[in-house]
Design a protein around this ligand. Structure first.
Ligand code: ZN
Length: 234
């Protein structure tokens, strides 16, 4: 009980403000995100890190009236900007500190050049143009599971092997608010499952094979006598 109280009292004030409690108060909630100093309030230009309560919250649906609004467009634009700045393949709104059900994915051809061919093939990777889903739902279309190492920009510097379904179908609204569906397989299906988990406050570490959890730069830590930094900025 004492621990619970301490935990609750130690939450930063913005924890309360990044979650949308009631759809009807959307405008008021949204404005406070932007009207206070931008330097330390969401929507961030960096990835929130594990421990931040926003990553454990169940994100709220974007209210229907606001799906095609300048407010949501600004959040989506910020998500895409952060996604591309960090050169990664997926992002969910809680990762920029906004507890709303929005995800963005993009498997840019440039990433392929950085990967060995064998990785591309065994992980069944394929290019994916920028895809945004608002209030998405996920259905499994192929129940075969594949286990691969996976990382998360919100658990920076680590990876672990996770089993994911081989095929899924996403349905929801695109960034223009139009109902849309998308079937994904292989690595892109993995990205979708990973990002959908973020909307329910789940991280890959919750269902990884814990024996495979590792610091991605552990070898460099040895060769550089520990002089390695994991940057949280770009
Ligand atoms: Zn993630």
């Amino acid at each position: 009980m004492l621990l619970k109280q301490l935990t609750l009292h130690s939450q930063p004030a913005r924890y309360l403000s990044t979650s949308l409690a009631r759809p009807q108060s959307f405008r008021k909630w949204y404005q406070q995100l932007w009207t206070t100093k931008r330097t330390n309030l969401p929507p961030y230009g960096h990835f929130t890190q594990i421990g931040d309560p926003v990553l454990r919250d169940k994100a709220a649906e974007v209210p229907a009236d606001y799906v095609d609004s300048k407010e949501i467009r600004a959040i989506v634009d910020q998500m895409v900007s952060v996604l591309r700045k960090y050169n990664c393949v997926g992002i969910a709104a809680p990762q920029i500190g906004v507890s709303l059900r929005i995800i963005a994915m993009e498997f840019n051809p440039s990433i392929k050049k950085e990967l060995p061919d064998i990785t591309w093939k065994t992980r069944q990777m394929s290019e994916l143009p920028l895809t945004v889903f608002i209030n998405p739902q996920l259905a499994v279309t192929d129940y075969i599971k594949h286990k691969h190492a996976e990382g998360c920009m919100s658990v920076r510097g680590f990876s672990g092997e996770v089993e994911r379904y081989a095929g899924v179908k996403l349905s929801g609204l695109n960034r223009e608010g139009v109902a849309t569906e998308l079937e994904l397989s292989g690595w892109n299906a993995r990205i979708a499952q990973h990002e959908m988990d973020h909307l329910d406050g789940k991280l890959y570490i919750d269902h990884m094979d814990r024996s495979t959890f590792m610091c991605t730069c552990w070898e460099t830590v040895n060769t550089k006598s520990g002089r390695v930094e994991i940057p949280f900025y770009k």
